[in-house]
Design a protein around this ligand. Structure first.
Ligand code: ATP
Ligand code: MG
Length: 741
């Protein structure tokens, strides 16, 4: 048997080996779409003779591309895997623009504007134009236009009166980005589209294109896919219309149909077995999605028939809800005799803002956790400051980054000086950096003369940045980001600065600086896609822009940081120690955990009070529920001041939950509960654990845990006291759990 096909079911094999040039694999969550796509990449390389550097594979998150690389390493070997053009749309586009952007007039060494930069730029423009538009609203609307491929010029003849102002802002915003040689997230896609339209030869080597999570592609990404595949028109996509949750970001569910129309030779393969979740979780999730009566009926079977029904728990308030989660996690780990580890738990949130109380409860209880899809780590002041230094070194036109560090650590550059400088730069039509340099070198003057102390401060800053740049030039390899960070930290006496400024928590802050250095030092592998030998392939007749390896390593590191926060999948590695994942539902796409908590399932949170499309909110809950393998907890606080609907802040349960969860009254007690839950987990985990041997070992230890705990300590944990609330613990299965394995 071909090892690539080993362990795949019939339909999956059909998809992997299909010789159809255009293939859509459409299937529900947990049916092995990503697994199939990965196997297909391996199959195409080994059976169709494609070279890895001629295959483009787009994933939705950085985490997904890393996982795919790991799986591919096992199937086809590290070396071949590393040459694939595999990553998120954004990161692939960035690579093309770095190499070929010059063909469309992009300046060398462009930087990426993250959401904070974008807002800062917009804020300035809105103020200058005396507009009343909200900054975030402008940001969202501009992004939407970009995602639809509409430039200010495209809009100017179409817009309604109330949009005129926005178009003006949009246009000024683009100019500001261009002046600073910055691209925002949308630009990465839009400009790459421009490039490939004008210069299709840049992708003339591409034999085939594969896309995961296709239901969440937007118009531009769809267009990119077509452009990547323009020469040979060979495409494989996998997706699930029921999991379309990025409509708010202009994802186009119609892309599926569009694609079938464009490629009349499209073949479709359906997968119908779910390998992820136990039956009762899957059936409950099905009940949720089937409330949408407009959707076509689909077949989906659980391969794990056993399982416990999802638990619905109401708690008095959000703090109690967080504390309850802590207790449940601790209890489950204790009860299952360490069969479950911290990293087996995830808390999935409708909005990132719900995380605060949970984080502090976990912190107090000593539960290790990592935030995904939040901006926690890169948002910390000390981390942000150092990143801004790197950004200025990498990209001197980045005025916003420069403003952020101009007086950090303090160099006696006050607000008045800053006003003089920014005003002067604007008037002179040069970037802040150029203006500052001109001032201290006597080529230009500010309107009001600067104080001597401020001037000295500016000199020190310029000297440091110039010296850092020289250092970068001297460092011609991937260690550049780390070398530079060390240099900057030392030159600034950053640790002493932290001690002086934050005497109470200097330790923690210094640890963050260390962590940042660690991340910078493994830039080569940190996004799971960059690898020195894995540059874009040379194409005859098209010259690639030469880049300085150190500069490229730095810009790649900064891009990874920017895209990690954007793609909502920042990963802080467990390092094997294991921590609970706290994530937004959006960032949890495609992932799975043995135990999943979905707190705050009340009206206003889900569906969100500001949500435009209720169906999309339902799909979000569906996506969240289908991340769970063995246990699923839903919960809500009965009161949530400011958000709850009632006058006293009381909440009401989301309308999406099916009766089988809401009406569940039967409560399991004591050993019965314990036995069933443990075996429910074990049965599901059997397939999730890396080796059968490991699981057998786990299972072998179970009966003794059962005996010990329940004979010596009696009903130590009573079901009804702890939120276990099952009507029929084994879901729809009539089979009894077997203790004989
Ligand atoms: P989602 O829609 O959430 O992205 P998916 O369809 O991409 O889900 P995968 O993540 O590929 O599903 O697979 C879900 C789980 O099922 C994984 O743990 C995977 O290893 C397992 N799985 C898939 N196919 C099989 C199979 N044939 N045999 C055993 N396990 C499988
Ligand atoms: Mg998937």
């Amino acid at each position: 048997m071909d090892p690539i096909l080993d362990g795949l079911n019939h339909a999956q094999r059909e998809a992997v080996t299909s010789s159809a040039p255009v293939l859509q694999v459409l299937a529900p969550p947990g049916s092995g779409k990503t697994k199939t796509l990965t196997a297909r990449v391996a199959y195409l390389l080994s059976h169709h003779g494609y070279q890895p550097q001629d295959v483009i594979c787009c994933t939705f998150t950085i985490k997904a591309s890393r996982e795919m690389r790991e799986r591919l390493s096992k199937l086809i070997g590290e070396k071949l895997q590393s040459r694939l053009i595999l990553g998120t749309f954004h990161s692939i586009c960035r690579r093309y623009l770095v190499k070929y952007g010059y063909l469309i007039g992009l300046r060398k060494g462009f930087g990426i504007a993250d959401s904070d930069d974008t807002r800062a730029i917009l804020r300035r423009i809105i103020k200058r134009l005396k507009s009343t538009i909200d900054v975030r609203a402008a940001q969202g609307r501009i992004s939407k236009h970009k995602a639809h491929g509409l430039s200010p010029r495209d809009l100017s003849d179409k817009v309604k009166a109330d949009e005129v102002e926005l178009v003006e802002i949009y246009s000024a915003y683009n100019e500001a980005l261009a002046a600073a040689n910055l691209l925002d997230y949308d630009d990465l896609l839009v400009r790459c589209c421009d490039l490939l339209r004008e210069h299709p030869e840049c992708v003339s080597n591409v034999q085939t294109v594969l896309v995961d999570e296709f239901q969440d592609t937007n118009i531009i990404q769809y267009e990119l896919m077509n452009l990547f595949a323009a020469k040979h028109r060979r495409i494989t996509i996998v997706g699930d219309p029921d999991q379309s949750i990025y409509g708010f970001r202009s994802a186009e569910i119609q892309n599926l149909r569009r694609m079938q129309k464009k490629y009349s030779n499209t073949s479709v393969v359906l997968l119908e077995s779910n390998y992820r979740s136990c039956g009762s979780i899957l059936n409950s999730a099905q009940d949720v999605i089937e409330q949408d009566t407009t959707r076509p009926a689909k077949k989906l079977e659980a391969t794990h028939k056993f399982g416990t029904l999802p638990v619905l728990r109401k708690l008095p308030n959000p703090n109690a809800e967080a504390t309850w989660m802590v207790l449940e996690i601790k209890r489950s780990i204790a009860l299952t005799g360490d069969l479950l580890r911290m990293c087996d738990f995830a808390v999935l949130l409708r909005s990132a803002s719900l995380s605060t109380r949970i984080e502090s409860a976990f912190g107090r209880a000593g539960i290790p956790y990592k935030m995904v899809g939040g901006r926690k780590f890169f948002d910390r002041v000390e981390v942000k400051t150092l990143l801004n230094y790197l950004r200025v070194v990498s990209h001197s036109d980045h005025s916003d980054a420069l403003l952020n560090i101009i007086n950090v650590p303090p160099r006696r550059i006050g607000d008045e000086t800053i006003k003089q400088l920014t005003g002067g730069a604007e008037k002179a039509g040069v970037t802040l950096w150029v203006f500052i340099k001109d001032v201290i070198q006597g080529r230009r003057a500010t309107e009001k003369k600067l104080q001597k102390a401020a001037e000295l401060g500016l000199c020190a800053l310029v000297k440091l940045i110039d010296a850092s740049r020289q250092k970068l030039q001297d460092c011609a390899d991937a260690s550049a980001p780390c070398v530079l960070l060390e240099y900057i930290v030392e030159s600034l006496s950053f640790q002493e600065y932290l001690l002086k400024t934050y005497p109470l928590d200097e330790d923690g802050r210094w640890a963050n600086v260390k962590e940042l250095m660690g991340q910078a030092s493994d830039v080569v592998t940190s996004d799971g896609e960059t690898n020195p030998e894995e540059d874009l392939p040379e194409i005859e007749g098209v010259e690639q822009q030469q880049t300085h390896p150190g500069e490229e390593a730095l810009s790649r590191f900064l891009a990874n940081v920017a895209l990690a926060t954007e793609a909502q999948s920042k990963d802080e590695d467990d390092g094997g120690s294991g921590s609970v994942t706290i994530s937004t539902i959006h960032a949890a796409k495609g992932l799975e955990w043995p135990v999943v908590f979905i707190p705050a399932v009340y009206n206003g949170s889900i569906p969100h009070s500001r949500a435009e499309v209720v169906d999309e909110e339902r799909r979000l809950l569906y996506v969240a529920m289908t991340r769970a393998q063995a246990l699923l907890y839903l919960s809500l606080p009965l009161k949530q001041p400011r958000v709850g609907e009632g006058e006293d802040g009381s909440t009401s349960l989301t309308p999406f939950l099916p009766p089988r969860i809401v009406k569940s009254r039967f409560r399991l007690k004591g050993p019965q509960f314990h036995e069933q839950v443990v075996y429910g987990i074990a049965d599901t985990l059997r397939r999730a654990r890396p080796t059968a041997e490991e699981l057998c070992k786990d299972i072998a230890t179970l009966p003794s845990i059962l005996d010990d705990r329940w004979t010596s300590e009696g009903e130590e944990v009573r079901a009804e006291d702890n939120g276990w609330n099952h009507q029929q613990n084994w879901g729809d299965s009539t089979q009894e759990p077997s203790t004989k394995r």
